[in-house]
Design a protein around this ligand. Structure first.
Ligand SMILES: NC(=O)c1ccc[n+]([C@@H]2O[C@H](COP(=O)([O-])OP(=O)(O)OC[C@H]3O[C@@H](n4cnc5c(N)ncnc54)[C@H](O)[C@@H]3O)[C@@H](O)[C@H]2O)c1
Ligand SMILES: [Zn+2]
Length: 375
């Protein structure tokens, strides 16, 4: 590995790595060191992977960097890697940010043996995976997820994406990370709202695959992280390119993505998991109507929704229905303009490619909006 002294000119999106030492430095608690041992190179063959790379870049965002960038660089023995620090949040998961990443790679003459470490939540793993998989037709990357959502979902499974023209995940690639290094210690600095967002994705696995995951809550979610990741890996291994089974991972996402895209046009957007929490409510409601799902499943979930949405700022109203419906047209699961849903016959028995009449989709949204307004 060639060691590069970073000197990226500070801009609004790219911050010089000198900033990193101003925060926690490397004086972590010993327990944290212990629990992060999975990030130590020798145990995962990481040392050899990193030393084979011609250059190492660490992509992260402005919120994660102060807490974790020095530690992770220290762990992976790449303190001298080039840091690329971008602004946080979904609204920066776009082509402009990708261009900045590509430009930084070019500026440092990164060749095809360069490697990117994506240190952050799903926004970073999606963006970094996309930038890596397209730069010089693809360079290697490692995901180090720092949010619950990324640990159980976004960092696993080889889908990368950016948002385009205001719609979610419109441009992307299938590209597997060389490694996904999961450690719950990162969650100690995460906001409760982001934990709740990840919890919603964990419940998704409960609905589609393993009822045990429906027991996950704010107190015990750490016990379910590995199982959730395992479920995702199993599903992806059976259908990596989403020709069938993998679609079940989109449970709650058909309307969820539309709700999320619409909310991004407001001043108080939903987090991905919050929108998915609402999308799952709609999918359960449709499952009762269309697939004979027992109504108690919906009623039980209704009781959980207020907690999942407790930190969301947006309240949907009747006049949000049409704009949300308009986003459905862009859903990647559509056949033509007809939205395809993943619905449940029972817990653990999902069905996919379900076409639902537009009128019923609108009714499902109305149901969701009354639930959200109940908060
Ligand atoms: N590729 C996939 O298969 C897949 C699956 C699910 C979701 N996603 C994508 O993931 C994204 C959502 O991911 P997310 O919820 O992780 O959001 P995120 O990456 O935006 O992170 C949420 C917030 O937490 C901050 N943060 C991250 N880690 C932190 C830490 N340890 N301590 C303090 N702050 C921290 C971030 O800066 C951000 O402000 C969406 O863009 C979604 O489309 C992708
Ligand atoms: Zn999701």
């Amino acid at each position: 590995m060639s060691i590069l002294k970073t000197n990226i000119a500070p801009t609004s999106e790219c911050i010089d790595s000198r900033h990193r030492t101003a925060h926690r430095g490397n004086d972590m608690h010993p327990e944290a060191l212990e629990s992060m041992s999975s990030l130590r190179g020798d145990e995962r063959g990481m040392g050899s992977m990193l030393s084979k790379a011609s250059q190492v870049f660490i992509l992260t965002d402005e919120n994660v960097a102060p807490f974790w960038l020095p530690e992770v660089a220290y762990w992976l023995h790449c303190e001298a890697a080039v840091d690329i620090i971008i602004k946080a949040g979904e609204k920066h998961k776009n082509l402009q940010t990708v261009q900045r990443i590509w430009k930084t790679l070019m500026k440092h003459h990164a060749d095809r043996n360069a490697l990117i470490i994506n240190l952050g939540g799903g926004t970073i793993t999606d963006l970094g995976g996309f930038a890596a998989s397209t730069y010089k037709r693809g360079i290697k990357f490692i995901n180090v997820p720092t949010t619950l959502l990324a640990m159980v979902d976004a960092a696993i499974g080889g889908k990368t994406a950016i948002d385009f023209c205001g719609a979610k995940n419109q441009i992307g690639t299938f590209a597997e990370a060389e490694e996904v290094l999961v450690d719950p210690v990162f969650l100690t600095t995460l906001l409760r709202r982001d934990i709740l967002s990840g919890l919603a994705e964990m419940l998704k696995y409960g609905f589609i695959a393993d009822a045990q995951l429906l027991e996950a809550d704010l107190e015990n979610y750490q016990d379910f992280i590995l199982r959730a990741g395992e479920i995702k890996r199993e599903i992806v291994a059976k259908d990596p390119y989403e020709s069938g089974l993998r679609k079940i991972l989109n449970f709650g996402h058909t309307l969820g993505h539309s709700i999320e895209s619409h909310s991004l046009t407001t001043d108080a957007p939903f987090l991905h998991g919050e929108a998915v929490a609402l999308g799952m409510a709609a999918a359960l409601w449709l499952s009762v109507k269309q697939c004979g799902l027992d109504e108690t499943v919906l009623k039980d979930y209704e009781k959980r929704l207020p907690i999942l949405l407790s930190e969301a700022e947006l309240n949907l109203a009747e006049n949000d229905i049409e704009p949300i419906m308009a986003y459905l047209v862009h859903d990647k699961k559509n056949k033509g303009e007809k939205p395809q849903f993943v619905l449940l016959e029972d817990i653990g028995r999902p069905v996919w490619d379900k076409e639902v009449p537009t009128g019923l989709v609108r009714e499902a949204l109305e149901y969701v909006i009354t639930k959200v307004s109940m908060k």
